[in-house]
Design a protein around this ligand. Structure first.
Ligand SMILES: Cc1cc2nc3c(=O)[nH]c(=O)nc-3n(C[C@H](O)[C@H](O)[C@H](O)COP(=O)(O)O)c2cc1C
Length: 202
């Protein structure tokens, strides 16, 4: 009998350790789940701070729809549209990724559009353009892409959506014309899609 009691006393600490371990694993799981969710959301929040630096109060990463945004090449690929709102008021949208066929392959862009159809920001997310040539369209290399800020279909006529070399309004970077054309056409195309589908997108 005494041996049985001793056995129980001996296993109590072990039971306690097991219980604590299970609790610990559960807590860690919750913590990491939280971190994973936050990390997954981080990119669009980081991108959003650049392409849509406006005030909104909704959960931007969650307020998302996926659309088939046909590019001007006639291909279709899913693009996410993140909707920024303030109360019930629409603030702007982020289209990401928007694809543009560059000199060396597809480039991916993030495009922020204010509710009124004005560009709030454009950034290159991915590209394979040549270093020193086409990669000059990337925000880390030149400020060229900032030239889209504030432009809209209303303040930039159709012919002006081109580099100066082609008779348009956008600065020309020597050796990067094809890359620039791709970005400009993709941005203009997105604005046209926005204008045609604004109510549906919100
Ligand atoms: C190896 C190589 C890589 C090139 N990479 C690019 C590029 O990334 N983007 C681009 O627009 N043009 C690229 N080009 C094309 C030339 O830069 C371009 O056709 C030529 O320099 C004309 O100059 P422009 O861009 O000022 O019109 C490349 C050409 C070569 C030979």
């Amino acid at each position: 009998m005494a041996t049985r009691k001793n056995l129980l006393l001996d296993t109590l600490p072990l039971l306690f350790i097991c219980f604590a371990a299970v609790l610990g694993i559960y807590a860690l799981g919750n913590y990491f789940q939280d971190t994973i969710t936050r990390n997954r959301n981080l990119p669009i929040l980081e991108i959003g701070a650049q392409v849509l630096p406006l005030e909104y109060d909704n959960d931007l990463p969650a307020d998302r729809i996926s659309i088939d945004l046909p590019t001007y090449f006639g291909t279709e690929a899913a693009t996410d549209v993140f909707r920024a709102r303030r109360g019930a008021e629409p603030v702007g949208l982020i289209f990401s990724p928007v694809r543009a066929r560059g000199y060396n392959g597809m480039m991916e862009l993030a495009i922020g559009v204010r509710y009124d159809g004005t560009l709030a920001g454009v950034r290159v997310l991915e590209h394979r353009e040549t270093p020193g040539l086409g990669d000059q369209v990337h925000q880390d290399n030149t400020p060229w892409i900032l030239g889209f800020n504030g432009r809209s279909l209303d303040n930039t006529p159709k012919d002006a959506w081109a580099v100066e070399k082609d008779g348009g309004n956008f600065d020309h970077i020597s050796g990067a014309t094809s890359s620039q054309r791709a970005v400009i056409r993709a941005v203009e195309f997105t604005l046209n899609q926005y204008r045609a589908n604004r109510d549906t997108l919100y």
